[in-house]
Design a protein around this ligand. Sequence first.
Ligand SMILES: O=c1ccn([C@H]2C[C@H](O)[C@@H](COP(=O)(O)OP(=O)(O)OP(=O)(O)O)O2)c(=O)[nH]1
Ligand SMILES: [Mg+2]
Length: 179
Amino acid sequence: MKKRGFEIVTRYQNANLNLPKRQTKNAAGYDFEAAEDFVLPTIWQFDFIKIFKALRKGEPLTAEALDGAQKVLKPFLVPTGIKAYMQPDEVLILANRSSSPLKRRLILPNGIGVIDADYYNNTANEGEIFVQLLNYGVRPVTIKKGERLGQGIFVPYLKADGDQNDGEERNGGFGSSGF
Ligand SMILES: O=c1ccn([C@H]2C[C@H](O)[C@@H](COP(=O)(O)OP(=O)(O)OP(=O)(O)O)O2)c(=O)[nH]1
Ligand SMILES: [Mg+2]
């Protein structure tokens, strides 16, 4: 019987992707690879620097400048091409690799990613897992297909007393349930 594991989503079926893998005997995390080449621009771009300069000079900040800075501070969603199935009382925790900030100045701005069991095969995006990344270093970071960007750990979770919510179907991620 299938208990928990990984599959390649339809759109990457012929892309020759590897399923997430643990690297050592007792490693908890299944390492996820980037499904494509990717360049993560640094957050230190013109719009952002402009905000700092204006603040230093005490100049008023225009809505345009603020919008520009907000845009460059937006994290990137790096596709993995992978979906994960698991038991209904399990969750996959997606964590950064400890080497990513040290070597490449990459962080997960969401701290950890919570990959819900009901995300798998959802009608909006088939349950494809994305790694949210922010490059806080000063240089753009080039990521090649196959580079390991994060690790997924399967964990059982508990429900609170009186929890009656067996209702809503999941239909997507990243705010699909509203604000
Ligand atoms: O780093 C992440 C975090 C989440 N997800 C997917 C799987 C997860 O099941 C879904 C929803 O995540 P979460 O509940 O953390 O985000 P939300 O902002 O509450 O979105 P939603 O309203 O869709 O639940 O998005 C990822 O692919 N990568
Ligand atoms: Mg949610």
